[in-house]
Ligand binder design. Structure first.
Ligand code: DAK
Length: 260
C-alpha cells in the first residue's frame, strides 16, 4: 500500500516503519495515525516479517507529539475520536505478536513518547529527548501516557514527568529504565537492526509467545500470570522449533528454526 505520512520498508525479515513528516517533526495527525494502523496491519499479516522497527524521519525527531495544529480547534467529540484512534493504533502495536523496537532518533514528546512506550523496548540516540508536555497545553496525555509511563518507570518518576511536563534527555531515560541503551545517532539504526538479527536467530513461535505471556502477565496477578506462562510453555511442545532447538542442543550444533 502507498502511504503519504509513513514509510514501510522491508529488509530481510525486518520491517522498518518510519514516521515521515519531518517538516512537522513527524507530529501525528489523523491521517498519520490511520496510516500507522494500516502499516501495522500489513506487518501483522505478512508472514515474511518477524520484527518491526519504528523510527522517525530526519535527524531531529522521532515524533514531536500529536499534531497541535490539527488538534487546536477540535470539538470535544472530535477530540475523543482522535484520542480513541491514537489509543487504538498504539494498542495494535503493543498487541502485535511480533517484537517491535523503537529506534528513538530525537524528540519523543507527548504522542511520540507514547508511541515509543507501546513498543516492546526502546533504544535511543544520544540526541533523544522524552517527555509528556501535555499539561503545558492544558490537556492530559491521550495515547496511553498516563498508563504506560508509570508501568515502565514507576509511579513517582512518571508523575513527576506528567505533572511538570519537563523533558528528560537520553541519559536520564536510560537511568530510569525508559530506554535500554543509548548510542550515537549515526549508529542507532544499525544497532537496532543487530538486536533484530539476534531475535531473528531464535525460534519465532517462542519469541511471540514470550511477548504474549509478558504482556498478558503485566495486566494480571502473579498466579494468573504463571498459568499463562504454563500454557504458552506447553504450546511450544507442539512446535517443530522446540524439537529442532532441543535436538540441536543435544547434537551440539546450531538450530535451524523454521518458525513452525
Ligand atoms: N504538532 C504540530 N507541529 C509541530 C509539533 C507538534 N507537536 N512539533 C513541532 N511542530 C512543527 C513546528 O510547528 C514547526 O513548524 P513550522 O513552524 O516550521 O511550520 C516545525 O515542526 C519545527 O518545529 P520548531 O520550529 O518548534 O523546532 P524547534 O527545534 O525550535 O523545537 C520542539 C522543537 C520539539 C521542542 C518544539 O517543536 C515543540 O515544543 N513541539 C511541540 C512538542 C509538544 O508539545 N508535543 C506534545 C504535543 S501534545 C488526546 C489526544 C492526543 C494527545 C492528548 C490527548 N485526547 C484526545 C485526549 C496528545 C497530545 C500531544 O502529543
Amino acid at each position: 500500500m502507498a502511504y503519504e505520512n509513513v514509510l514501510l520498508e522491508r529488509e530481510d525479515r525486518v520491517a522498518i516503519l518510519t514516521i515521515n513528516r519531518p517538516k512537522a517533526l513527524n507530529a501525528l495527525n489523523n491521517d498519520t495515525l490511520l496510516e500507522i494502523k494500516s502499516a501495522v496491519l500489513e506487518v501483522k499479516e505478512d508472514s515474511g516479517i518477524d520484527v518491526l522497527i519504528i523510527t522517525g524521519a530526519g535527524d531531529k525527531a522521532f515524533v514531536a507529539g500529536a499534531d497541535i495544529s490539527f488538534m487546536q480547534n477540535l470539538s470535544a467529540m472530535e477530540g475523543r475520536a482522535f484520542g480513541a484512534l491514537g489509543q487504538d493504533a498504539f494498542r495494535q502495536i503493543e498487541a502485535l505478536e511480533k517484537p517491535v523496537i523503537a529506534a528513538v532518533n530525537g524528540f519523543a514528546l507527548g504522542g511520540g513518547c507514547e508511541l515509543a512506550m507501546c513498543c516492546d523496548f526502546r533504544i535511543a540516540a544520544t540526541t533523544a529527548k522524552f517527555g509528556q508536555p501535555e499539561v503545558g497545553l492544558g490537556i492530559t496525555p491521550g495515547f496511553g501516557g498516563t498508563q504506560r509511563l508509570p508501568r515502565l518507570v514507576g509511579t513517582g518518576m512518571a508523575k513527576q514527568m506528567l505533572y511538570t511536563a519537563d523533558a528528560i534527555d537520553a541519559k536520564e531515560a536510560l537511568r530510569i529504565g525508559l530506554v535500554n541503551s543509548v548510542v550515537e545517532p549515526e549508529e542507532l539504526l544499525d544497532f537496532v537492526k543487530k538486536i533484530a538479527k539476534r531475535i531473528l536467530s531464535k525460534g519465532q513461535v517462542a519469541v511471540r509467545l514470550s511477548k504474549v505471556a509478558a504482556n498478558e502477565g503485566m495486566q494480571t496477578d502473579i498466579d494468573r500470570g504463571m498459568t499463562i506462562e504454563a500454557d504458552v510453555f506447553g504450546l511450544c511442545f507442539a512446535t517443530t522449533d522446540q524439537k529442532e532447538g532441543m535436538t540441536a542442543f543435544v547434537e551440539k550444533r546450531k538450530p535451524q528454526f523454521t518458525g513452525k
